[in-house]
Design a protein around this ligand. Structure first.
Ligand code: NAD
Ligand code: GLY
Length: 370
């Protein structure tokens, strides 16, 4: 595949809250990328201790013409820091630098930085503009798009947050060159997700292109990011606040969030938990009659080829399924204590439904045995 030399655009259509996602090489440090962002006296780049040293100064340089002062706040790295305490560091930086309500926030990093910056932007002075500059594959194909922002609570993942759309998303494929292999695999989980829920042709393409994706072929990554963003844009355009359809984007996430919380945030990467969670959700779909055994095997093989775990971890040796169920009951999709799962039915389509505890226990047991 030939490397793309020009950027592509995907539009998120949400009336006056519409915005473009630009995808391509050499974007994030080019001043013209930000031409449509409102000029203001101040901007704050929010980044972390890993991404900041790699990219913050180049972003600051690109923004110098749009904002008189460009401040940087550097957060501790990791899912375990997606907390109130870390969020407060952003507010500290905004207030101590005298930032006003026209200040633009730039999220430079993966999904953790993006989710926290978005939440800070939603609430600082009741809302200031923000721009997503995602630097992980996961953030480029999913978390930077669609306006979900959040922090974790010790009792549940992403439980405190807001819907708040960015003004622009800048997916610079060059930033993926420095991503550790484990993080690339985590991002591939969210790419794979779009196939079973929405686009079987894309699933075929991912299967054929998995080796190129793992090898970071630029053209393969460009297509994966573009098609993923197109599918997400279509879903978010129809159901921004998840009153129905948008829940399908959580395929694998109900089991996955239980794995993340049960193992302790940061032990399994979000994408790893989602990858394994998709195997579990596919197995549940099969038990409910939505897909056949071959489909479960096909998906598990693809997730394995992406370098992701396919066997579910034991969260509690005394009552493993009970622990999963307990954690899944605090999922945002649960209603009145009933867990609701995204299941595939038929391949290429997903729906939200409940399932008897006994059946879910059986699925958990089967998936923990591998
Ligand atoms: P992350 O933000 O923790 O980033 C992964 C790691 O890669 C971090 O150590 C980070 O510092 C490092 N990193 C980032 N970019 C890099 C680069 N270019 N080079 C080298 N290292 C780099 O994790 P993530 O997988 O990007 O995001 C996961 C988070 O996203 C979770 O908190 C999850 O809940 C959230 N999420 C949100 C949505 C949403 O719709 N808002 C969707 C999916 C996931
Ligand atoms: N990542 C799920 C969503 O944006 O709805």
């Amino acid at each position: 595949m030939q490397a793309p030399s020009v950027s592509q655009q995907v539009a998120i259509s949400l009336g006056e809250r519409s915005y473009p996602i630009v995808i391509g090489p050499a974007l994030f440090d080019a001043p013209q990328t930000y031409a449509a962002v409102p000029a203001s006296s101040a901007a704050l780049i929010v980044t972390n201790t890993t991404v900041g040293p790699l990219y913050a100064e180049r972003l600051r340089g690109a923004l110098a013409g749009r904002h008189r002062a460009v401040h940087v706040v550097t957060l501790p790295d990791g899912e375990a820091h997606k907390t109130w305490a870390t969020l407060n560091l952003i507010f500290d930086a905004l207030l101590s630098n005298g930032c006003d309500r026209k200040t633009v926030l730039y999220a430079l990093g993966g999904g953790v930085v993006g989710d926290m910056t978005g939440f800070a932007a939603a609430s600082y002075m009741r809302g200031v503009p923000f721009v997503q500059v995602p630097t992980t594959l996961l953030a480029q194909v999913d978390s930077s798009v669609g306006g979900k922002t959040a922090i974790n609570h010790p009792l549940g993942k992403n439980m405190i947050g807001a819907f708040y759309q960015p003004r622009l998303v800048v997916c610079d494929l060059d930033t993926l060159k420095t991503l550790p292999p484990r993080e690339l695999s985590a991002g591939l989980a969210e790419v794979i997700k779009y196939g079973p829920i929405a686009d079987l042709d894309f699933l075929d393409w991912i299967e054929a292109g998995m080796d190129a994706l793992v090898a970071r072929n630029p053209a393969a990554l460009a297509h994966a990011v573009q098609r993923s963003c197109q599918i997400k844009a279509a879903v978010v355009g129809e159901d921004e606040r998840e009153s129905g359809l948008r829940a399908i984007l959580n395929f694998g996430h109900t089991f996955g969030h239980a794995i993340e919380a049960g193992m302790g945030y940061g032990a399994w990467l979000h994408g790893e938990a989602v990858g394994c969670g998709m195997v579990m959700a596919a197995r549940l779909s099969q038990r409910l009659g939505g897909v056949d055994e071959a489909f479960v095997q096909r998906l598990a093989a693809l997730i394995g080829r992406a370098g992701l775990p396919v066997r579910a971890p034991v969260l509690d040796p005394d009552d493993n399924a009970g622990r999963y169920l307990e954690l899944m009951r605090v999922d945002k999709k649960a209603e009145g204590g009933e867990i609701r799962f995204v299941v595939i039915d038929p391949p290429g389509r997903a729906l939200l439904r409940g399932a008897p505890d006994a059946l879910v226990r059986e699925v958990i047991d089967a998936c923990c045995k591998g």
